[in-house]
Write a protein that binds this ligand. Structure first.
Ligand code: SF4
Length: 705
């Protein structure tokens, strides 16, 4: 398959810079790529006409072009030799090797012994084709992706409450019109910096910002009210706010009766969350609880936006339910500039969870265990519905089966050896595989264990679509000529499928032809893309799904009239405070929580090779409170060891009053001995199967020099 012919950068005067999007997070900032956009400016500039970032970029976006001609980029397929060293091989040899091994594993251990691991960074086209490759070419049930570690709790809760999961059910611009915005577990100043412009506008218009977080982050500094809650008590906080809303008669009884079901059980539970109890559990004073809920309830328009801080818990789905319960009870969901939304993290975290790379899903949010859904996809794919595998293992369980039930793993765009919890356990699993294939542009901690490395194009080298955190489907464009050697992921999948005997089902010539099959595959489904075309995206600054016909303008706002359950009503779910997978105790008395730096993106596989980003933040630092630091005779710059029940990791200390005295924080962008995820545990949310990244019981000690 040949990519759409790239436009050579050297022929692009700045006036003709091409509109595309940043390779990193779900804000998917519009960028202009061209030459000479400024004196010492890289060939990337913020797109002033894209209505999400309005020309603003963060440091990752500004430096993103450094990845394209990076000297460490791998351009030739690699095969591990008998001494364990990488050897340059041809594409023919590498692809033959991979498919011979996949076939042997299938013959010896069954189809489900081949696993596939995708990514929320892949375009919609790649997501779709990877899911089809797993089910049709490999015949395995075991495909999942790293979004399971990111947005799956909010996705599950929104599906259950609203009947649909679109991270934000309204455009980002609605923030400006909201009188009150409450951010829970979301540090947008570091994770989505250009989003802060919307809070600035909201505040200029007289609005208020409330932030709930265990750390006084840059975002919290911008807040009118900051609730510094104990890690793992988000649900308790939300139930406590609902108690006060009931006590002060701030709930919207008419809305509850006309638009929802299940409130009686929620009311009964919420009435057990007296402010004194909530203050004791969360550490948030009653006066702040009352202030927050009064602002949310009495505002003409108010919204709660959640991030990973509230979601990455073994009770993440219930935590999100508690926030949705609150906003439904206040009658805000579906009202103009109001409601609940999840701030999706990964670049295509939204599209990535819609189009079939989850173990339980088929494209368009169809479910693999529902007969009619299987039939619909089988028809598009030209196979028998009975031939499609059933539901497979979720991400953590899939990785935890490596070497036992799963003997071969094909990884596309994901660095699991940094991003997964309890990394020493995963490393053993990776080492025991008969086949590990990594498709990426740079070697990383996962490929350190691989047998085959397949070098692929990067974002600016091929066409495709992404779906941003608003549910807006946008176009990435081939702007930069790839070096000779790498291939498109779509090309790799086609070549592998051909060798596995079903090349005719993968005979796509362009990403647009893949997208057109995706459109047919999602027609009539919840995430209906059938009315979205490349041309329509281009002429409209993106199209919001669902969009069921080419005449349909797309759906920027959901829930104004009805929710997506068949009766049109939203569902309340009663949720109770319960302990985390492991709570601090006498042996491990502190909370440890993880997060991001603004200079790095997720596992750091891309950002750690960009010198400007690496030089600014070369290593992770451990944040701790001065009181705790004094107790351990630690100052900023001291070396400290953090120990959990699974591992010890040494960090450089950064003493700051911005964190709770009972809590430690470190970023998770590094692997090897610096990996924060060596410490994290394997407690999973029972519904979303999200690991509990945000709460680990630990102890610390100063390293004696
Ligand atoms: Fe925008 Fe995210 Fe890229 Fe930063 S990383 S420029 S916020 S899309």
């Amino acid at each position: 398959m040949s990519a759409t012919p790239p436009i050579p950068l050297h022929t692009l005067p700045s006036a003709l810079a091409v509109r595309t999007h940043c390779p990193y997070c779900a804000f998917q900032c519009g960028i202009l790529m061209g030459e000479d956009l400024g004196a010492d400016m890289p060939r990337v500039s913020g797109d002033p006409h894209f209505p999400v970032n309005n020309g603003q970029l963060c440091i990752k976006g500004w430096t993103s072009s450094a990845l394209l001609d990076h000297p460490e980029r791998i351009t030739t397929p690699q095969l591990r030799d008998s001494r364990g060293e990488w050897r340059d091989v041809s594409w023919e040899e590498s692809l033959d090797f991979v498919t011979d091994k996949m076939k042997a594993i299938r013959e010896q251990h069954g189809a489900n012994a081949n696993g596939v691991f995708g990514s929320g960074a892949l375009t919609n086209e790649k997501t779709y084709l990877l899911g089809k490759f797993a089910r049709v070419a490999l015949g395995t049930a075991n495909i999942d992706y790293n979004g399971r570690f990111c947005m799956s709790s909010a996705a599950a809760a929104q599906n259950r409450a609203f009947g649909i999961d679109r991270g934000l059910p309204f455009p980002i611009a609605d923030i400006e019109q909201a009188e009150v915005v409450m951010l829970v577990g979301a540090n947008t100043a570091d994770t989505l910096p250009p989003m802060m412009q919307w809070f600035d506008r909201q505040k200029k218009a007289g609005g208020r910002l409330v932030v709930a977080d265990p750390r006084r982050t840059e975002t919290a500094r911008a807040a009118d009210l900051f609730l510094q809650l104990t890690p793992g008590t988000d649900l308790t906080l939300a139930n406590g706010l609902l108690y006060i809303a009931l006590e002060e008669r701030l709930t919207d009884e008419r809305y509850i009766s006309e638009r929802t079901t299940g409130f009686d059980a929620v009311r009964a539970v919420a009435l057990q969350y007296h402010p004194a109890r909530v203050e004791r559990l969360t550490g948030v004073p009653e006066s702040q609880l009352r202030q927050a809920v009064r602002w949310l309830a009495t505002a003409r328009a108010s919204m709660v936006l959640s991030g990973r801080g509230t979601e990455q818990h073994s009770k993440g789905v219930e935590s999100v339910h508690s926030w949705i319960n609150l906003m439904l009870a206040l009658g805000k969901v579906g009202k103009p500039h109001s409601g609940y939304g999840c701030l999706t993290g990964q670049g295509n975290g939204q599209g990535g969870r819609e189009h079939g790379q989850k173990a339980d899903q088929l494209p368009g949010y169809r479910l693999i265990e529902v007969g009619a859904h299987r039939e619909a996809l089988a028809k598009v794919w030209g196979v028998e519905a009975e031939s499609l595998p059933r539901k497979g293992k979720s991400a953590f369980e899939l990785l935890d089966s490596l070497g036992s039930e799963i003997r071969g793993l094909f990884v596309m765009g994901s660095n699991v050896a940094v991003a997964a919890p309890h990394l020493s356990r995963l490393e053993q699993r990776l080492k025991s595989l008969e086949l590990l294939v990594v498709c990426d542009a740079f070697l990383n901690e996962t490929s350190a264990h691989a047998h085959v490395f397949l070098p692929v194009y990067q974002w600016a080298e091929e066409d495709g679509t992404m779906t941003n955190l608003e549910g807006r489907v946008i176009r990435r464009r081939a702007v930069s000529r790839p070096p000779s050697g790498p291939r498109s992921d779509l090309d790799v999948l086609r070549e592998l499928a051909m060798r596995l005997g079903c090349g005719e089902k993968f005979a796509f010539r362009t990403s647009e032809s893949v997208f057109n099959e995706l459109r047919r595959a999602t027609a009539g489904a919840t995430a209906d893309y059938s009315g979205i075309t490349y041309a329509k995206i281009e002429s409209n600054d993106g199209v919001f799904w669902p969009c069921a016909s080419e005449e349909h303008p797309g759906t920027p706002r959901l829930f104004a009239e009805r929710f997506h359950h068949t009766d049109g009503r939203a569902r309340f779910f009663a949720v109770e405070h319960r302990p985390a997978g492991e709570e601090p105790d006498a042996e491990f008395p502190l909370f440890f929580t993880t997060g991001r730096y603004k200079e790095h993106y997720n596992s750091g596989a891309q950002t750690r090779v960009v010198s400007r980003l690496r030089n600014t933040k070369p290593t992770p630092r451990l944040e701790l409170h001065p009181r705790l630091a004094r107790r351990h005779r630690v100052v900023t710059g001291s070396r400290v060891v953090v120990e959990s029940r699974r591992a010890k990791v040494e960090f450089m200390a950064e003493v700051t009053p911005d964190i709770r005295p009972d809590t430690l924080f470190a970023p998770f962008h590094w692997g090897g001995r610096d990996a924060a995820n060596l410490l994290t545990g394997i407690a999973l949310d029972p519904i979303s199967r999200m690991p509990e990244f945000k709460l680990t019981a630990v102890r610390i000690a100063r390293v004696m020099s």
